[in-house]
Design a binder for this molecule. Sequence first.
Ligand code: X8Z
Ligand code: ZN
Length: 613
Amino acid sequence: MKTKIFKPSITAIMVAGALMLTACNNDDAQKPTTNIVKKITAADAKQFLASTEKELVALYLEASRAEWIYANFITEDTSQLSAEVNRKMTETVVRLANEATKFNKITLDADSRRKLDKLKLALTLPAPQDAEKTAQLSQLVAQLGGLYGKGKYCKEGAECLSLGDMTAKMATSRDYDELLDLWQGWRQVSKPMRPLYEKQVALTNEGAKEFGYADTGAMWRSKYDMPADDFAKELDRVWGQVKPLYDSLHCHVRAKLGDKYGEEKVPQNQAIPAHLLGNMWAQSWGNIYELVAPENADPGYDVTELLAKHDYDEVQMVRGAEKFFTSMGFDALPETFYERSLFTKPKDRDVQCHASAWDIDSKDDLRIKMCIQRTGEEFSVIHHELGHNFYQRAYKNQPLYYQESANDGFHEAIGDTIALSVTPGYLKEIGLLDKVPDESKDLGLLMKMAMDKIAFIPFGLMVDQWRWQVFSGEVAPENYNKAWWDLREKYQGVRAPIERTENDFDPGAKYHVPGNTPYTRYFLAHILQFQFHKSLCEIAGNKEAIHRCSVYNSKEAGKRLNEMLELGSSKTWQEALAVVTGKPQMDATAILEYFAPLKKYLDEQNKGRQCGW
Ligand code: X8Z
Ligand code: ZN
């Protein structure tokens, strides 16, 4: 998502400072920058927070507008305007966060302390206290974003392909060589990013060190209401819960790809070639569902086809997703949402097509920006984006410091939670599907869902494992690409289909790397959304299997969800989680329960196969 500074978001604005919370105080590391003459009191801290909030609110509004325009019209001029506002924001937050260190040693009420902590952690890319370096960093941020947004694959004698064109082809093509061509073609775009990225890492690390963190990755891990090292361990624990299910899915999918493309091309004891999974990054695999569909259990419908059959255009897709939220008792989106959002790819200019949700003014000026394709996959992404917008509106009355989700994974999880309720029963209710397939087809539905969601989980983890290693220096610039593929293999069991070298910069071909959006949030979201779904289904009084449950029309579920959303980040994420689920712990057992019938099927299918890579 994309928002102003105190909210998690994906672009430079957020880069300037997604304000998030930590319980971790690096008090000693921060040097007061002012000469203390009179004794500083708790009242001074309150006063400081109030005036800081005012200053930032004004700046955020200016930054949001500039960033919106840059993302919607990528030109040299808008890039400069974006860099300038990013510079101003970064400089301001660094100055204020440093000023705030004068309150490190005094006793404060919990609320003021929490706000000060959030201020300290607000920047995604902290800059050193040096005007020249801050300006350089902001230029790099704008340049990297622009390179991605303008990226195209141009082959001699053919029309250039946009990422959207390539995404559509990779979803449907089953031609090994064509897929390979697209896969390598898009990765030409990121080669020139490498030197910029390297410089950016050095500059922001310098800023993180001045803030008292070992490096920028350590700062990112400090935003989760627990010690940074504990958070990293928590990720490993939860991944350990899901890994057996992922391994079973991987084994089955590799076997089916072996049947399709031949075992010379898909050797059955190695990682899967990354271009065969229906997605440019092999991050979710739902587009090749038909290659793995269980016999006799295919539900016999496909949302892309249903949308086409009912002639849904992009706006109707958005209105349909909005209706889900209003059915739960949320207010409709303002008309300005429809007037100001971008729903289709303009033909005549470069835009940042990667979907994002915006909250321009912390009030009602909500928007999305998305080059919508008329597919079931994109219908889910629309729900995802609207989840951001409904969250943003729910916490708009919080102080600026808390106008953010409980942690960034929560922001990413809300729309996905709702999309889990897009079941056959729901599709029938809204008139898209004529007949709900009987339970014998559930296995097919679960397989499709697992191809989207379970396949994603190790990808959601590895992106920041790479960045953390890069920020910490464990991976040096001369090993950027190798380290990326080592992690792709380790976590996902996928591999580059052709030789890669350090002339390539494959991480840069994924939006969030040049866009500087932390990625662990999506890992968290994939775990949390199943926890939320399960609890909301219970609240809604669902009696069916959890994968058949839809909370459509449930005002009770909507009310409870809203209670969590409107907290913003005023409470710890553990407390917010307990509002919906009753428990303060992240836990993957809801996923395992959801997919239990599929796991059984996969393990039967995998008998006699050699799994692993
Ligand atoms: O970037 C997104 C959203 C915007 S916050 C469309 N997602 C990740 C991705 O596309 O890589 C959603 C799932 C993962
Ligand atoms: Zn998102």
